[in-house]
Design a protein around this ligand. Structure first.
Ligand code: ATP
Ligand code: MG
Length: 250
């Protein structure tokens, strides 16, 4: 479903260049939930932006559902739902419903389809009480729920979330977790980044661990636990950074 092949991303400015991704190769099968782990600056957001067609790889290629992210980005945009931490992309002067309807319109959804989908999402996230209030006055968690709903409005097959639960309280985080379970039942493909190991351990089939632009481990969680003789993902993550041919820990 998602195929990342030998992707390098270099950001260049006047003085120097930063290699944010170094020859990353990763395949995510349909219906898989993958957790992206890595310290600040590891390249998680860059990788998610590259998959979502927002960034062009300097080298290598990415396909989503067989479509190339550079040549066929329009096909991909129809099929993916994205949420990047911090940027909710919502209009403060519109109500939650109006925001969602606006994005539904961009995806070419009919009025009826939009209404049904908004009702469904509002029920799922417990947003019915404030669906018709302006987003400008919303708390961080309320905004995040609308933003997640926005990402899912067109019922995408592939979902990319960058730190989806950062800033959410326990209740909202749990709503997100239930949502991932629900999406998994619907056979959606999900990649999300997180600094919360517990969340990744709970929700993901496999993990991709990044460090300074490199992939230091990728694979099934159960296999990883067995390989490491531990189920402590935090400990495993730290040990992966110092293992192997390279010493990653700084
Ligand atoms: N637009 C950009 N221009 C220049 N450098 C960038 C740009 N975007 C990212 N980088 C650099 O690429 C590297 C990876 O950044 P990225 O945001 O992907 O990390 P991250 O793993 O998402 O970190 P965090 O956990 O802090 O969100 C960093 O060194 C960052 O400074
Ligand atoms: Mg990031």
């Amino acid at each position: 479903m998602i195929e990342i092949h030998d992707v390098t991303k270099i950001f260049k400015d006047k003085k120097k260049s930063i290699t944010a991704l170094k020859q990353i190769t990763l395949t995510v099968a349909k219906g898989q939930v993958v957790g992206l782990l890595g310290e600040n600056g590891a390249g998680k957001t860059t990788l998610l932006r590259t998959i979502s067609t927002l960034l062009t790889p300097t080298e290598g290629s990415v396909t989503v559902g067989g479509y190339d992210t550079v040549r066929e980005h329009n096909e991909i945009k129809k099929r993916i739902g994205v949420l990047f931490g911090g940027e909710t992309g919502l209009y403060d002067r519109l109500t939650a419903r109006e925001n969602l309807a606006y994005f539904a319109l961009l995806y070419g959804m009919s009025k009826h389809e939009t209404k049904v989908r908004i009702d469904e999402l509002a029920r799922m996230f417990g947003m019915r009480d404030y669906l018709d209030r302006k987003v400008g006055g919303f708390s961080k968690g309320m905004r995040q729920k609308v933003a997640i709903s926005r990402a899912l409005i067109h019922d995408p097959d592939v979902i990319l979330f960058d730190e989806p639960t950062t800033g959410l309280d326990i209740t909202s985080s749990n709503v997100f977790r239930q949502l991932v379970h629900q999406l998994k039942r619907e056979n959606k493909t999900i990649v999300f980044s997180s600094h919360i190991m517990e969340e990744v351990a709970m929700l993901c089939d496999s993990v991709a661990m990044m460090h300074k632009g490199e992939m230091v481990y990728q694979g099934n969680l159960d296999a990883l636990y067995q390989e490491e003789g531990s189920k402590d993902l935090n400990y495993i993550f730290m040990s992966k950074l110092v293992k192997g041919n390279t010493t990653y820990a700084s």
